[in-house]
Design a protein around this ligand. Structure first.
Ligand SMILES: [Zn+2]
Length: 288
């Protein structure tokens, strides 16, 4: 028997599962999360406050979720959030009560700042804690969320086969010195750990925002490559990231931008990303 549940999981299906289990068994849920340089802490299903489903009735589309394995996290941040989480557990266990009931504590490690925001109250129409709940026992949470209950090897499949090449294909392009643009869409912090030579780094977020400085850089590279190529072929752009998920999103974005914001290009994703490169092509390449 448990009286208090602490959720330290890192994926959406598990969050819904643990939330529903807590609502159905009437236990408070001390929930913490961390991504990159940010942390969040709240207590769900506590003293009439909202549950996780009250705030997120519908799971996010799987391809929009960034987990720690893709997004990275600075190890100290989950450490800080874990300590705060333990503090709330002890406050509840000792009867002093938690101050995070209808409150979300946000930690910004970059600015070294905490903020607290008041959460929406309990949702009367909530599927699990509402007035007439439709979820009365645990369901299949992977099916509900459309993603696996793990942060490991979550592989998106957004592109067709001919929009992707393997790391071996890319190696042979380098070996025969074929003119191309290698676009690395990881955040700068990860690029600083390791990168392939000659890659142009434009983080996926900058592409999504169409940051003009970055689009200009990309266009310059495309022009350079076109000059090295004979005739009026389109310049090939190969997109890479850590595991090959963000790069697929970037390929989709670039295909829309091709012939609009930048010259017409052929864009392909390097399947499996830099970690596939490290595994099969260059064992000396850092794995992180
Ligand atoms: Zn609820």
């Amino acid at each position: 028997m448990y009286d208090i549940v602490a959720d330290c999981s890192d994926n959406v299906p598990t969050r819904y599962l643990v939330n529903d289990a807590c609502v159905l068994s009437g236990k408070p849920l001390v929930s913490a999360s961390a991504l990159r340089m940010e942390g969040q802490l709240t207590v769900y299903n506590y003293h009439g406050g909202p549950c996780y489903r009250c705030l997120y009735p519908v799971p996010p589309p799987p391809q929009t979720v960034t987990n720690c394995s893709d997004g990275g996290v600075l190890g100290v941040v989950p450490g800080i959030m874990g300590c705060l989480q333990a503090l709330e557990v002890l406050k509840i266990a000792s009867g002093q009560g938690s101050s995070c009931g209808q409150q979300l504590l946000l930690f910004d490690a970059q600015d070294g700042r905490f903020r607290s925001i008041r959460l929406r109250p309990k949702l009367p129409s909530c599927a699990v804690c509402g007035e007439s709940p439709s979820v009365t026992r645990l369901v299949d949470y992977e099916a509900f969320c459309g993603s696996a209950a793990t942060d490991k090897c979550r592989k998106l499949n957004l592109l067709s086969k001919d929009q992707r090449i393997t790391v071996q294909d890319y190696k042979s392009i380098i070996d025969r010195a074929g003119p191309h643009v290698l676009l690395d869409v990881r955040p700068l912090v990860e690029v600083e750990i390791c990168s392939l030579p000659f890659s142009l780094n434009i983080p996926l977020s900058s592409l999504e925002e169409k940051k003009s400085k970055d689009i200009q850089l990309l266009q310059e590279k495309i022009s350079q490559v076109k000059q090295q190529m004979a005739g009026d072929q389109q310049a090939p752009v190969y997109v890479i990231c850590k595991l090959g998920n963000d790069s697929q999103k970037a390929v989709q974005l670039l295909e829309k931008m091709s012939g609009e914001e930048v010259d017409s290009v052929t864009v392909k994703d390097i399947s499996g990303g830099l970690m596939a490169w490290a595994k099969t092509i260059d064992p000396a390449f850092p794995q992180y």
